[in-house]
Design a protein around this ligand. Structure first.
Ligand SMILES: [Zn+2]
Length: 314
């Protein structure tokens, strides 16, 4: 099965300042690791297109979208929230990041690629309908899901989010949208302090305590995500792939390893293989310990290629 790898040079030019953990070095760390692991040669590489205003407006309010489109600075930096800023390249990066997921959806729905990984920044899952937050400007995965519904006529799109932070923006956008199932595991209580109280039928929130290790994470996925995914029978699976729950990542208190990311990827891929012709689009969210991030993305892609299938039995 071919795996597409969508990125864009602008994603490495978005820079929120020295010392900010969501840094351009993250993409370099991933790409270096994929080369070292021999995975880079296997992937099909594409440049991300820009998301269009129309595509963004499927999930974001018009005032917010137009504010971002007109608010990008020509020099210096503009702050959108206490954690999130734009430099002169950030608008281009944000448009390419959302456009990558749109292009990924197009590629897997048409069968041009079996699965796609969007190696992009800024990340997206904290961006709500009307605000940027937590390093996120546009909600990339939500833009892709809405594209699958609107442009391809799909009726069941699942989004799984294993970033250590709750995907509050994705939940905000899709609560009450029965064509989208959103499954999220996250440290709780922790930023953004949401997700413990949503009982909407299409939202599967699984808050987990600080100190969560791989065995508890896998149990939570088995008990909560997999039955919901099986009964939903998605036609397409999207992944908010955040690797900041890694034990080496100071951003959180989870103690996951790259083998846990391989396991969850394989477990979700098995669902996609049964129901969605294997169609998966995964998009990078968090992950700030550079070496662990590179190893984790390599394990994730290895599992998407099918090499991690054995780990589902562990
Ligand atoms: Zn995160």
């Amino acid at each position: 099965m071919s795996i597409g790898f969508i990125s864009h040079p602008a994603c490495a030019l978005h820079d929120m300042g020295a010392g900010h953990p969501e840094s351009p070095a993250r993409l370099t760390a991933i790409q270096d690791r994929l080369v070292a692991a021999g995975l880079d040669l296997i992937l099909r590489h594409y440049d991300a297109p820009r998301a269009t205003r129309e595509q963004l407006l499927r999930v974001h309010d018009v005032a917010y979208v137009d504010g971002v489109l007109s608010g990008a600075p020509e020099e210096g930096r503009v702050w959108l929230d206490p954690d999130t800023s734009m430099n002169p390249h950030s608008l281009e990066a944000a448009l390419r990041a959302a456009g990558a997921v749109v292009a990924g959806v197009d590629r897997v729905v048409t069968g041009d690629d079996g699965a796609v990984f969007c190696c992009v920044r800024p990340p997206g899952h904290h961006a709500t309908r009307n605000r940027a937050m937590g390093f996120c400007i546009f909600n990339n995965i939500a833009v892709g899901a809405a594209h699958a519904l609107a442009a391809h006529g799909l009726e069941r799109v699942a989004i799984v989010d294993f970033d250590v932070h709750h995907g509050n923006g994705t939940e905000d956008i899709f609560t009450g949208e029965s064509r989208v199932l959103f499954c999220s595991t996250f440290q709780h209580p922790y930023y953004p302090y949401s997700g413990a109280d949503n009982d909407d039928g299409n939202i599967v929130n699984v808050p987990l305590p600080a100190g969560t290790r791989g065995d508890a994470f896998r149990s939570a996925v088995r008990e909560h995500w997999l039955p919901a995914l099986e009964s939903f029978a998605p036609q397409l699976v999207l992944m908010s792939a955040g690797f900041d729950g890694h034990a080496e990542d100071d951003m959180s208190d989870f103690l996951l390893t790259e083998s846990d990311y391989a396991w969850v990827t394989a477990a979700v891929k098995a669902v996609a293989d049964r129901h969605a012709q294997g169609r998966i689009v995964s998009s990078l969210e968090g992950g700030y310990a550079l070496d662990a991030l590179g190893r984790s993305v390599a394990a994730h892609l290895d599992a998407l290629l099918g090499a991690g299938a054995m780990t589902t039995t562990q």
